[in-house]
Design a protein around this ligand. Structure first.
Ligand SMILES: *[C@@H]1O[C@H](CO)[C@@H](O)[C@H](O)[C@H]1NC(C)=O
Ligand SMILES: *[C@@H]1O[C@H](CO)[C@@H](O)[C@H](O)[C@H]1NC(C)=O
Ligand SMILES: *[C@@H]1O[C@H](CO)[C@@H](O)[C@H](O)[C@H]1NC(C)=O
Ligand SMILES: *[C@@H]1O[C@H](CO)[C@@H](O)[C@H](O)[C@H]1NC(C)=O
Ligand SMILES: *[C@@H]1O[C@H](CO)[C@@H](O)[C@H](O)[C@H]1NC(C)=O
Ligand SMILES: *[C@@H]1O[C@H](CO)[C@@H](O)[C@H](O)[C@H]1NC(C)=O
Ligand SMILES: *[C@@H]1O[C@H](CO)[C@@H](O)[C@H](O)[C@H]1NC(C)=O
Ligand SMILES: *[C@@H]1O[C@H](CO)[C@@H](O)[C@H](O)[C@H]1NC(C)=O
Ligand SMILES: *[C@@H]1O[C@H](CO)[C@@H](O)[C@H](O)[C@H]1NC(C)=O
Ligand SMILES: *[C@@H]1O[C@H](CO)[C@@H](O)[C@H](O)[C@H]1NC(C)=O
Ligand SMILES: *[C@@H]1O[C@H](CO)[C@@H](O)[C@H](O)[C@H]1NC(C)=O
Ligand SMILES: *[C@@H]1O[C@H](CO)[C@@H](O)[C@H](O)[C@H]1NC(C)=O
Length: 455
């Protein structure tokens, strides 16, 4: 009788749709898991020399002047600085091999670029492992979001900084052919720019600077984000969506106890449980997994006299050592945050200090080796397209498909899969044959190629 009563009480659904979270990701997460992370914040405006783009202005290809060291970039201008062929001038030490583009997916040109990015994903529906169209062996793709509350879902004239990633997320969900899309939320953005966003300082210093109001916006964003994972192309584990959150601590950024109350509030409002991945180790109790972000400060604490391979191992032991040596709370997962390097165009956002982590094959090799030795089997790759700070995997004019191809091959070795040089070449060809639709010749964008994923 007693048992029956308990059973009934446990199974009466809460009228609010509240769900209780179980920390069991380590049981259900596939041991083969690789996700790419993209910032997805590029826009092409109406006055582009190659014809109008889909966005209200050209966004993020220029981050403006930075201090005394970095002048403004002009994406409408061309220079031969990085190749013999003229290239659009952008705030980067690199130039996209397939040319500048809009991330938003608001027209066919932009949607085909999303298809090109999605061609890096494995075909999970294929029963034949030999169907290898030259993908990069990725299982998932995560799109950075700044806010849903401040997007066109709720505002008639949203900031493009919010709107382009929001549109990119919607269009990645629509264009994907597999269950592969992970929302990625930048939890620092709203707090860094809260005053500009009309949210005050979020520090309770007076009524207009209410912290609660900012927390409520964050909570509403997560409620929407979790609801949006009802699309059939969202990445699921144990039938639950996975959300990725760029986290950082300090200043007025969210602290650990705020994260606890945010998750309680969100889970009280959505009738669906989910797994959440953070980028900072100290939030291991509040999240299901940690995928450490590119830690440049830790890099500076390693000796520059070491060869890149050895230095990378020292770097990773600073970043992962404390987590690996601790007893993890139940069900948590350590994910390898794999980076192609760092080559910061802004010289530390105008501070005139160069920040570089060498973009070399040995850096990639050492990371894969470190993860294998330490039994870290799941990976998040940082980043696809942060051209500004130079952590790109996207093929570029200087290094071609170097990062993408090496990552494909190293993932193969990491998971004991067979290499396939024919398919490697398909990956290379797909990128080198894709035209720069917005190059430096004064023509209109006419023929937009489709992406062939046949084997
Ligand atoms: C265009 O680029 C060239 C070469 O980098 C530079 O000399 C020139 O000042 C640029 N023009 C504008 C308008 O930015
Ligand atoms: C995946 O493979 C299946 C079966 O081989 C095929 O029908 C489908 O078109 C493929 N999808 C993609 C995106 O390549
Ligand atoms: C390599 O990839 C090609 C192209 O998809 C495919 O035809 C071939 O069967 C693959 N080879 C192996 C050994 O998987
Ligand atoms: C609250 O503080 C801001 C500065 O952060 C100030 O501009 C504003 O006038 C103050 N509002 C009130 C109601 O005191
Ligand atoms: C935040 O949300 C809570 C719960 O919905 C509400 O009681 C509170 O008034 C909100 N605070 C602000 C400042 O909007
Ligand atoms: C997902 O949920 C939203 C509301 O949150 C709804 O508008 C949309 O139609 C749903 N999509 C699917 C595919 O169920
Ligand atoms: C976290 O932030 C809240 C304000 O929202 C504050 O009351 C609390 O003391 C902070 N906790 C820590 C450990 O700093
Ligand atoms: C670098 O690492 C390799 C392989 O672990 C080792 O053989 C070599 O001695 C190391 N070199 C230095 C300078 O530490
Ligand atoms: C940073 O590196 C770039 C490229 O190597 C160089 O041109 C620039 O002078 C360096 N800046 C500083 C402040 O050393
Ligand atoms: C990438 O290109 C830069 C500039 O040409 C070069 O210094 C670097 O060695 C290249 N890296 C690789 C891995 O090819
Ligand atoms: C790859 O093979 C090695 C040696 O057989 C094995 O120890 C390792 O667990 C395998 N790795 C994966 C990811 O399956
Ligand atoms: C620009 O693109 C057009 C059309 O694809 C092509 O004919 C032209 O050669 C390209 N020019 C450069 C400099 O890449």
């Amino acid at each position: 009788m007693m048992l029956l009563l308990v059973y009934i009480i446990l199974w009466i659904p809460n009228s609010n749709g509240a769900v209780t979270h179980t920390y069991d990701l380590s049981t259900y997460m596939p041991s083969k898991f690789v996700s790419m992370f993209s910032v997805s914040w590029y826009g092409i405006g109406p006055t582009d020399p190659q014809g109008p783009g889909p966005d209200s202005y050209t966004n993020h290809w220029s981050v403006g002047a930075q201090g005394t060291c970095i002048p403004n970039a002009n994406p409408s201008n061309c220079s031969t600085e990085y190749s013999t062929q003229p290239q659009r001038q952008i705030s980067s030490r690199y130039r996209p091999l397939a040319g500048i583009y809009s991330s938003s997916g608001k027209n066919l040109e932009s949607q085909r670029r999303i298809d090109l990015m999605l061609s890096t994903l494995r075909n999970q529906s294929s029963s034949s492992p030999s169907c290898d169209y030259g993908h990069a062996r990725l299982d998932a793709w995560s799109i950075q979001l700044e806010s849903i509350q401040l997007s066109s879902k709720y505002l008639s004239n949203p900031s493009l900084n919010v709107e382009i990633p929001y549109q990119a997320y919607i269009h990645f969900l629509q264009r994907s052919k597999t269950n592969s899309i992970i929302p990625g939320y930048d939890s620092t953005w709203l707090y860094s720019f809260s005053s500009n966003l009309g949210l005050g300082k979020c520090d309770n210093s007076n009524q207009t600077n209410s912290r609660d109001r900012c927390l409520n916006t964050t909570i509403k964003d997560f409620v929407d984000i979790v609801k949006m994972t009802n699309m059939s192309t969202s990445y699921l584990i144990n039938q639950k969506p996975v959300i990725f959150i760029y986290t950082s601590l300090g200043g007025n950024l969210l602290n650990a106890s705020e994260w606890s109350s945010i998750w309680t509030s969100v889970r009280n409002q959505v009738n669906l449980d989910f797994y959440a991945i953070a980028t900072t180790s100290s939030l291991i109790n509040q999240f299901d997994a940690i995928a450490p972000w590119v830690d440049y400060v830790a890099w500076t604490m390693t000796s520059s006299n070491l060869p890149t391979y050895n230095r990378t191992l020292k770097w990773l032991s600073l970043v992962y050592g404390p987590l690996l040596q601790s007893v993890l709370p139940t069900g948590r997962v350590i994910i390898g945050g794999l980076s192609s390097g760092f080559d910061d165009y802004t010289e530390s956002w105008g501070a005139c200090q160069n920040r570089t982590i060498p973009r070399e094959t040995q850096l990639l090799q050492a990371q894969f080796d470190y993860f294998r030795i330490n039994q870290i089997t799941r990976l998040f790759i940082y980043t696809w397209d942060d051209f500004t700070e130079g952590s790109i995997v996207e093929p570029d004019v200087r290094n071609g498909t170097w990062a993408l191809l090496n990552i494909r091959q190293m993932i193969g070795t990491f998971y004991n899969e067979t290499q396939n040089v024919t398919a490697d070449q398909m990956l290379i060809d797909r990128w080198t044959n894709y035209p720069q639709l917005r190059n430096c010749t004064t023509i209109q964008v006419t023929s937009i190629p489709s992406i062939d994923l046949s084997c």
